[in-house]
Design a protein around this ligand. Sequence first.
Ligand code: G4P
Length: 530
Amino acid sequence: MGNFADEINKRRTFAIISHPDAGKTTLTEKFLLYGGAINLAGSVKGKATARHAVSDWMQIEKERGISVTSSVLQFEYGGFCINILDTPGHQDFSEDTYRTLMAADSAVMVIDASKGVEAQTRKLFKVCVMRHIPIFTFINKMDRDANDTFTLLDEIEKELGIATCPINWPIGSGKSFKGVYERESKCVITYSDTEKGTKEGHATRIPVAEDALLTEQIGEAHKAQLFDEIELLDGASAEYDLELIQAGELTPVFFGSALTNFGVEIFLQHFLKMTTTPLPRKSDIGLIDPVEHDFSAFVFKIQANMNKAHRDRVAFMRICSGRFDAGVEVKHVQGGKVMRLSQPQQIMADERKILDEAYAGDIIGVFDPGIFSIGDTICMPKEQFEYEGIPTFAPEHFARVRQIDTMKRKQFVKGITQIAQEGAIQIFQEFNTGMEEIIVGVVGVLQFDVLKYRLENEYNVEIKLENLPYEHIRWIENKDIDLDKLTGTSDMKKIKDLKGNPLLLFVNQWSVGMTVERNEGLVLSEFGKN
Ligand code: G4P
């Protein structure tokens, strides 16, 4: 064990997920208030001006005022070194959003109290569940009229299939929001609408036993309702169980208002007590321990053309074990090369900071001369192992793509293959033909525009996209299946990936179920293996 164990053990790396507008950016900004932000990397997007200031890697980002890429922030709080991985939302939702979750040890899910569980939360949540990482729920915007608290919890349990354990409980909402009751300490923390940009200000803590004071602060009616609800809650909700939380089977729930900065620090304090240090990661030689093992990392994201002038690519890696020293040679396992990582930097955007060292739990970006692929392993030269690959996530939009100038076949194939390699899109072929017909699948529709834009600008190839009606793709898990004998629905389409693996496309979910039913023993998966 190195003397850097302390550095690793104080790291907490989590992704923050939400449906657009639930308040992810605001909450992240408030987190930063509590710690000295070491590096504001890649921004907290949000305010229109900030969006532009932060990332102009691609013209498309500028034109649309959105951030196509995810970002990382690092700050210190209470002796912890915290890495927050932001996941892009809106239409810029892409596979990168999913992959970011592969680099995190836990996830914070922000839910708008008046909306409940929304589409995008559901999608991201599935990936967290697949990885069994702890999920923490922050129910935001309690200063606005909120849905009934029990209904909100019920929805999380039913829709997401995870048990909930409220750590605190709201008293009223909207204009009559009085604060929260903290179950562990049996105290009411009264709501105070602090000014934007200041730390949690005048909140007072009142033990519920102090009846008179409590009545004075929240009123008789709220008090009575609170007592009723506590009783119900104690009887009905899952008990606090750290083991289940850390296994991703129970989500602790917090209520607050990021905008008025209420409940944010309470959340942070509880969260840091419950979340994990950097987790060991699976490899082909077994679990790699973050502290016991020398430096190792895996690539989870590749960003092309961060600087148009240099046509550069940056590979983002999550350090899984040990200490990274910029001066030392490392091995790129898949490439079979020993090398020095070029221009290692703490990501990103215009705030790139070259760094000399980093630790397990941290994310670094390195200059990529076109050698890295998503999922690649980096370790010390004397070692040889590969981290478990990153799954391929099911695209939900498909289009047939044709180049307009057929003379440019070579550039077209090169361009589209490279872009697919970076993981921005997935490419498939008709089952019985070759590369002449290419089908592109994307997780978010914006990726179609990105593809078109990049092929034109970087490869000088114009393309035409013809949208296809499919929304569901499934990988076939059975290796021995006879595809000709498969009885599918009329809307089913057989395709293959570049390695020749067969896949099925469906227009609707019903057809997926029907096909499984009609073919005994057929196992379909929503996640592919790289
Ligand atoms: P996102 O990153 O999840 O997309 O959400 P973001 O933080 O950008 O918040 C979306 C909108 O919700 C913003 O308003 C923000 O101010 C507001 N908001 C966030 N948290 C709270 C909260 O606790 N209470 C209330 N009442 N509002 C909240 P906007 O009008 O779109 O932006 P802005 O003009 O305020 O920046």
